[in-house]
Design a protein around this ligand. Structure first.
Ligand code: C5P
Length: 221
């Protein structure tokens, strides 16, 4: 692991879940703990990067030397990321962004009434795809949590979202989400590499070293 491998590089990391309100007291979310993203932010800072961590609601301490921006919803995460994307050399999207939000969150607490309560959801913007589509945007790294056909889906996302790299975790059988250890298979256009099962900080260091080797040409001025 090379200290200084990302010296002077401006890195933005998204982490954690998002929280989509149904009404003033309820929300939709997912099991993401934010640990993988916080480990990536910590590893990037150790490697000398200036790190901005845009985080959904998590119970984690900010890693040393990292600037943190807290958000709740996918739309807030989108705004926070897009506002800072122009000043970013390397964007790593680890957040488990909710795919959908309520079309219209109820302004008052939803009352218990009929046996069925249909909710209308609308799609959230894809933050990673939006950053990858920016002209002269940062080097982009996505994550993919898959339960089957890891290679096919990961390579599909790399192409569909126009990414430079994608790190896929196998989340079948409870692996990957809200646990201390993880393993990744990383894909880019010219190849792939498997990073074995290990604690998330060690894994993040290996991933950051790999990204540092591939993102050449995106150095801060
Ligand atoms: O398409 P899928 O959600 O599986 O893609 C996962 C990748 O895309 C992750 O890197 C995640 O952080 C990012 N993503 C995003 N905004 C969304 C959905 C996913 O940035 N709305």
């Amino acid at each position: 692991f090379a200290v200084g491998a990302l010296a002077g590089v401006r890195v933005m990391v998204t982490a954690g879940p998002t929280r989509e309100p149904l009404d003033p007291v309820r929300y939709l979310t997912n099991r993401s703990s934010g640990r993988m993203g916080f480990a990536v932010a910590a590893a990037a800072a150790e490697a000398g990067a200036q790190v901005c961590l845009v985080s959904g609601p998590v119970h984690l301490d900010t890693p040393p030397g990292v600037t943190r921006v807290d958000v709740e919803t996918a739309l807030q995460m989108y705004e926070a990321v897009m506002a800072r994307a122009a000043g970013t050399d390397l964007f790593i999207a680890t957040a488990a962004v909710a795919d959908y939000r309520m079309a219209q969150p109820a302004p008052r607490k939803i009352k218990k009434q009929a046996d069925e309560l249909p909710l209308t959801l609308v799609k959230n913007p894809d933050i990673l795809a939006a950053v990858a589509a920016l002209p002269d945007g940062p080097f982009t790294v996505g994550f993919a949590a898959e339960t089957d056909d890891l290679d096919t889906y990961a390579r599909g996302k790399l192409e569909a979202k126009g990414l430079d790299m994608i790190a896929a975790n196998d989340v079948s059988g409870g692996r990957g989400f809200d646990v201390a250890d993880n393993a990744l298979k990383v894909f880019w256009r010219g190849g792939s590499l498997s990073l074995p099962q290990q604690p998330k900080l060690q894994l993040a260091r290996e991933l950051v070293a790999l990204i540092a080797r591939h993102h050449g040409g995106c150095r801060a001025s």
